[in-house]
Design a protein around this ligand. Structure first.
Ligand SMILES: [Fe+2]
Length: 641
């Protein structure tokens, strides 16, 4: 793309000597908007060619788009945030459209489009499987139709953006699913050299990839092929435990803490670690003859993955929403223990093969924060990087970087040190959304805002906190968050009753000032994306009962001032009031995708019983007459320090 940006940036007043990396350094909460930062970067780059790469995760759960300009990630977002359908599959048309609008470029100005699927990958293994298993016609037709849709992504993309396919000059790349995961972890990591592990259910006939990255490329060391999969192991047992929906594995991770892993020995019949990596005891599973997956335009679904042998072993599967028994808790604990054992086994094998101090991990299983939290303390690796969208949404980023680094051989220079790559909204848009709902608000300057909101949290109120650019990945990290006082044990139930309506066994997580981590938790390695679980220190546990899980752990987010100065400042104000440098942070939603727009936030505020809504500097306070329960809880005063 040569000089095509010039037309765009000349329309704005922007003068800067900014470096490309500056685009990604702050959390979208600085005074300059994304447009202004991008504008400044482009102005500094007027006379040289630039490369625009759009990465897509399409026809797969968590469809997403990401845009790279000259190797800098300028936008990344999941399709579910636009459609409001959780884990939305299909083609990420709205996400891709927004990425281009954010950069101010047209579809015809893209140089490359990269899709994180390659139906030709591992073709020989697939063919052998079809012959051996005499795959049925309906199953084959479904898979072939999906492969054809992935191959035809150019015309779908053109149609979605309202341009003729011939107008798209971009070169189309199909990147093997796990290579996109590997790229998503290594190329945006701070490491020059690292071991890389990708681990999920399945993608392009593979469930695990081991790789070694150095500079601008990586080489694949090993693969685990279908039907063996740690992701499928976890999902099958998650189904048996009565959570059949796509993406419910995290609930089981929370449930596991209540049980005793007394079935761990039996779990070794389901996952064998006696080889180099692992293999499944396939008699306990039902996916060997084909996984019944539907990647429709809406909600992804997966058919039953466990066999009758599993039922003979652990009893009848739990009906969704029925009582959870001790047996269920113990199976969940044993499942989690087996997953952790296998995960650490594979990570150690990876270290043996690479002997490098750094490791990057990606894939759906990399969202298992308890297993992640054990990697550094219990393996020889010294440094760990897991990017915020470690699941399939992140393959949009990985596919794009695969083209930039692995294919084009460009040098690396971008580090994904925050997740704030989504849309942001102006003050006027926030004020308009509030007024449109007939609500009254007050605009506070920063000094008043942080002091008042910290004080309201300390008083026991539920605060909807909406700032800057939306997070990419499954976690709200202080820009689309609901915040409450972690010192109040009752806040978990109040939050569930009035806003979240989650299962009571699921823990809530803390956001802590990064510099205070060692004082409150037994590990202090940074956990900026809420993907590591650590033990809470004895002596601190009773002070933060709302975020101290039943096994005395927390899935924490460590907040650095340079990454998200506004969120850091709010927590710091809370610490000044209470002596506690952390808040309870849960995603800003009510059983739907995390809110994206000010309108989404206002709607969630009015449909639930939050006390306060903060959109930028605009504060909406709920009528005192309608928030009796929190006031009643608050009237007891703050817990003793
Ligand atoms: Fe994946």
């Amino acid at each position: 793309m040569m000089l095509r940006f010039t037309r765009w940036y000349l329309g704005a007043e922007c003068h800067s000597t900014m470096r490309p990396h500056d685009l990604s350094m702050s959390g979208g909460n600085s005074e300059r908007s994304t447009h202004e930062r991008l504008c400044a970067y482009l102005a500094a780059s007027t006379m040289r060619a630039m490369t625009a790469i759009l990465g897509l995760n399409a026809y797969h759960g968590d469809a997403a788009a990401a845009l790279l300009i000259d190797g800098e990630l300028v936008a990344a977002v999941e399709e579910e945030r636009f459609t409001r359908i959780k884990h939305c599959a299909g083609f990420p048309a709205q996400a891709a459209t927004w990425c281009l609008e954010e950069a101010g470029i047209g579809a015809s100005e893209l140089d490359h489009i990269a899709v994180s699927r390659d139906s030709r990958a591992n073709a020989g293994h697939k063919l052998l499987w079809v012959i051996r298993h005499k795959a049925n016609g309906r199953y084959l037709r479904t898979r072939l139709a999906n492969a054809a849709r992935v191959r035809d992504v150019r015309s779908t993309f053109a149609q979605a953006l309202g341009v003729e396919p011939e107008a798209l000059g971009a070169k189309l790349h199909h990147v093997e699913h796990h290579q996109a995961h590997v790229a998503s972890a290594f190329f945006v990591s701070p490491f020059e050299r690292a071991a890389v592990l990708s681990v999920d259910g399945f993608g392009d006939f593979t469930s695990m990839m081991l790789a070694q990255g150095e500079g601008s490329s990586f080489r694949v060391l090993d693969r685990v092929l279908f039907p063996h999969s740690l992701g499928m192991f976890y999902t099958a047992l998650t189904q048996w435990l009565g959570f059949p929906k796509y993406g419910e594995e995290g609930k089981v991770m929370g449930l596991a803490s209540y049980g005793d892993p007394c079935f761990l020995e039996r779990m070794h019949e389901l996952v064998h670690l006696d080889g180099d990596l692992f293999r499944l005891g396939l008699e306990y599973f039902a996916h060997e003859d084909g996984v019944d997956m539907t990647w429709d335009e809406q909600t992804p679904t997966i058919g039953r993955l466990f066999s009758d042998r599993l039922i003979e072993t652990f009893g009848p599967p739990r009906e969704p929403r029925s009582e959870i028994t001790t047996q269920h808790e113990n199976v969940a604990a044993s499942l989690q223990a087996m997953l952790e054992e296998a995960y650490l086994h594979v990570v150690r094998m990876l270290w043996e093969r690479t002997r490098t101090p750094n490791v990057c991990i990606a894939g759906g299983v990399a969202l298992n924060a308890i297993a992640n939290g054990r990697v550094l303390p219990e393996t020889p690796f010294e440094e760990l990087f897991i990017q915020p969208a470690a699941g399939d949404a992140g393959t949009a980023v990985g596919a794009a970087f695969w083209v930039w680094n692995q294919r084009l051989g460009k040098p690396r220079g971008f580090v994904m040190n925050h997740a704030y790559t989504g849309p942001e909204y102006s003050e006027a848009e926030c004020a308009s959304a509030i007024a449109g709902a007939g609500l009254e608000s007050q605009r506070l300057d920063d000094d008043s805002l942080f002091a008042e909101i910290a004080e309201r949290i300390a008083r026991g109120e539920i605060v909807g906190w909406f700032q800057g650019r939306m997070e990419f990945g499954p976690r709200a990290l202080g820009n689309r968050s609901i915040l409450v006082d972690p010192r109040r044990a009752e806040m978990k139930d109040i939050l569930n009753a009035r806003v979240k309506h989650r299962e009571p066994f699921r823990p809530f997580a803390p956001s802590i000032l990064a510099e205070a981590t060692a004082e409150w938790y037994e590990e202090d390695y940074p956990s900026p994306f809420m993907l590591l679980v650590y033990k809470t220190r004895p002596g601190k546990r009773e002070r933060i009962p709302a975020v101290n899980h039943v096994d005395d752990t927390g899935r924490l987010q460590t907040v650095e001032k340079r990454v998200n100065p506004r969120y850091w400042r709010l927590i710091n104000e809370f610490e000044k009031l209470t002596g506690v440098p952390l808040v309870l942070n849960t995603s800003f939603n009510e059983s739907e995708p995390i809110v994206m727009t000010p309108q989404d936030a206002v709607e969630t505020f009015t449909n639930t019983e939050m006390d306060v809504l903060v959109l930028g500097n605009h504060v909406v306070r709920r009528d005192a007459a309608r928030d009796g329960s929190a006031r009643a809880a608050a009237s007891a005063g703050p817990p003793r320090r």
